[in-house]
Design a protein around this ligand. Structure first.
Ligand code: GUN
Length: 296
């Protein structure tokens, strides 16, 4: 079997951001509407700071308003809830994202559920999660699974009847991904760290989504020949001489010998997540102003 096609999420995300920029220009011109995204960061987690900086930069580059709220690590829950209430009430803010993880003194789900579901561009509010699960209404969909679906539509096409295995059961990726794949008529398995015989579960997959957060856990011989592999993991591993590098949850060099298409790390799913966040912010702004959802 020849080597897998490398799914270039970085290039695809750049193209998607270009299209989003075009829609934003049109919204400004035709409706006097500038979509606004507020990002809230509590504390000083270095990885979160990098993500948030990228989000803010790309929001501004797409022509949208970016509102940045950095709060100290010792911020209390009430203070954070007050900020969310102000952002909910602010008509210039169409999307609100609270970067996770939050410090221990804060009940993260209580904060996520305080966000107006119409502004919940992460899709983590129970109302959006419930809409996605039941296939009713129009949910805002979590950005990483949405990015995965956009790439699958582009690189695989019709998913009907395919077997999909997701390794990881988080509310951010695994669970919403399962519902999105079910919505496309896949047969879906959610596996996780305690699944018995994980390799043989994975070997069933036409579409394998790895989202466990364990460096290179999925090996080449876990993959069905010809499968499409989406690697959501971003793990930093230490190298010699104090150097480090980023790897996914999939052993890339092994997997590419077996799969028909695979996302690299970095440059695969990661850039798609932020592009989909911008897309959700534009969608939220349109819905809040009774403008038809943009086609992106
Ligand atoms: N932390 C890691 N991934 C995410 C995400 O998609 N959204 C938020 N808000 N925080 C995260």
């Amino acid at each position: 079997m020849s080597e897998a096609r490398i799914i270039d999420g970085k290039a695809f995300a750049a193209e998607l951001r270009g299209r989003i920029g075009g829609v934003v220009s049109e919204l400004k011109r035709e409706h006097g509407l500038t979509p606004g995204l507020a990002v809230v960061l509590v504390g000083e987690n270095p990885a979160s700071e990098v993500y948030v900086r990228n989000k803010n930069r790309q929001t501004a580059e797409a022509g949208m308003n970016s509102f940045h709220h950095a709060l100290p690590a010792e911020t209390g829950q009430d203070e954070l809830l007050d900020l969310i209430a102000r952002l909910n009430a602010d008509p210039a803010v169409h999307g609100i994202l609270v970067q996770l993880p939050l410090p221990d003194q804060i009940d993260a789900q209580a904060v996520l559920d305080a966000i107006d579901p119409a502004k919940d561009v992460d899709g983590f509010h129970v109302v959006n999660a419930g809409r996605l699960m039941t296939g009713t209404g129009k949910p805002l969909v979590p950005c990483t699974p949405l990015g995965c679906m956009v790439l699958l539509r582009e690189y695989v096409g019709d998913l009907k009847g395919m077997r999909a295995v997701i390794v990881g059961r988080s509310n951010i990726v695994g669970k919403p991904m399962a519902h999105l794949l079910l919505g496309q008529h896949c047969t879906v398995t959610i596996a996780h760290s305690r699944t018995r015989d994980l390799p043989s579960e994975c070997r069933q997959a036409d579409i394998l989504v790895a989202a466990v957060g364990r460096a290179e856990m999925v090996r080449g011989d876990w993959i069905k020949p010809g499968a499409t592999v989406l690697d959501v993991g971003i793990n930093r591993i230490e190298m010699a001489e104090g150097k480090s590098r980023l790897v996914g949850d999939v052993a890339f060099e092994e997997a590419r010998q077996v799969a028909s298409a695979i996302t690299p790390v970095p440059g695969g799913i990661g850039p798609m997540t932020i592009a989909c966040l911008l897309s959700n912010a534009v969608t939220a702004a349109c819905r809040q102003n009774s403008i038809e959802d943009p086609v992106l």
